[in-house]
Design a protein around this ligand. Structure first.
Ligand SMILES: C[S@@+](CC[C@H](N)C(=O)[O-])C[C@H]1O[C@@H](n2cnc3c(N)ncnc32)[C@H](O)[C@@H]1O
Length: 355
């Protein structure tokens, strides 16, 4: 009869962390592992798997990056954003807040380099914020779910993949988000994001996710190194699903707040502002500017990104007027999500700071 050991025993024997052992189990890297309740058990004579992170050419030090494709992602602007940080990060600035966190490109990049005593992230997309919570609190369980869905999907014919996608979409829309269903909904969210059309998140009037199938031949959901890294980064982070205004009660004079709201559309057809049931109108942009000012008056360091209306209309001074008291920079960026492939290209974006 096969005898088993626990992850803890395997971790000691192989001189690696327990978390790493769980990840190897979830990735099917150890033959004949099984689950007992919610714990992995490993054949006692199993050999330590070789470290694929080194042998497959992947960089072991690969930086943490967004776990979803997200409209308005800041990957293209990381260097510009970092070179515009206020002085005093890690000394006088000990708190960081990102109240439109989305895919978190800037957050992860920042946390690779700086540590803060307190970090607050939020977004009003509750399903997205649930994924952050699942990664922080139940990373191994999530990795297990992801590898299962990934293997199932990748083993199907194109026709069955489409059917599988719509079944998972129905499941996502039917299962209510609770503490108990958090991991299930997080894995469905990641699957839909990676297998839908163009990584969009769009809901109908009833709040049901309605993006069509993306016809991907295979999906890579279980990026265990990245998710494990993000999980470690998020351990002491306050994660909330709420309106950006709530950052007011977190921020004080030792805080940097980075606002990356839905961009103001350059023209009616180019805009992609429908992340949730509610659009972000000019009225919302004006309210956000008041919040920016209120934070600034409290001594908070504030940085904000937005589109530059002058790309399409030289005379449009909407943001120049709203943020006339602050430092307005025009930086070059390339937009990623746009309905017309031909109009993806370098355009100017605004970076506004109160320092
Ligand atoms: C431009 S995206 C942020 C992109 C993000 N920085 C990234 O790198 O992926 C804007 C985000 O704001 C969120 N959002 C829209 N209205 C909001 C509101 N009133 N309060 C908080 N978040 C909001 C959307 O769900 C979306 O994730």
């Amino acid at each position: 009869m096969l005898q088993y050991m626990s992850c803890r025993d395997a971790a000691e024997r192989w001189n690696i962390s327990q978390r790493r052992v769980s990840v190897l189990c979830a990735e099917n890297r150890i033959p004949n592992v099984a689950m007992l309740g919610n714990m992995w058990i490993i054949p006692i004579n199993a050999e330590k798997p070789t470290d694929a992170r080194k042998s497959n050419g992947a960089k072991p030090t690969e930086k943490a990056h967004p776990f979803v494709k997200w409209a308005g992602g800041k990957t293209q602007l990381l260097d510009v954003l970092k070179s515009n940080l206020p002085s005093g990060i890690g000394t006088t600035i000990t708190k960081y807040a990102e109240p439109f966190v989305g895919g978190g490109a800037f957050l992860f990049s920042l946390l690779e380099e700086y540590s803060f005593e307190e970090i607050y992230i939020s977004d009003n997309n509750k399903e997205l914020m649930n994924v952050y919570i699942a990664i922080r609190d139940n990373c191994n369980e999530l990795l297990n779910d992801l590898i299962t869905i990934q293997n199932e999907y990748n083993g199907l014919s194109a026709e069955l993949q489409e059917q599988f996608y719509y079944e998972k979409r129905d499941e996502f829309n039917t299962v209510e988000l609770t503490k108990k269903t958090s991991v299930q909904k997080a894995s469905l969210f990641i699957f839909l994001n990676k297998s839908c059309f163009n990584g969009l998140f769009r809901v109908n009037k009833k709040g049901k996710y309605n993006v069509p199938f993306g016809k991907h031949k295979s999906v890579f959901l279980c990026d265990s190194d990245n998710l494990t890294k993000i999980s470690a980064m998020l351990q002491n982070v306050e994660i909330k699903s709420c309106d950006y205004h709530e950052v007011m009660s977190f921020a004080d004079s030792s805080t940097l707040v980075y606002f990356d709201p839905p961009y103001r559309p350059l023209n009616v057809t180019s805009g992609f502002t429908s992340y949730t049931e509610d659009d972000f109108s000019d009225k919302n942009q004006i309210e956000l500017a008041s919040c920016f000012k209120a934070l600034s008056n409290k001594g908070v360091k504030v940085m904000l990104s937005n589109s530059d209306p002058k790309n399409t209309n030289e005379n449009d001074n909407f943001f120049d007027n709203l943020y006339a008291d602050f430092n307005i920079l025009r930086v070059e960026a390339s937009r990623m999500i746009n309905s017309k492939g031909s109009s993806r290209g370098k355009i100017k974006e605004l970076l506004i700071k109160n320092y």
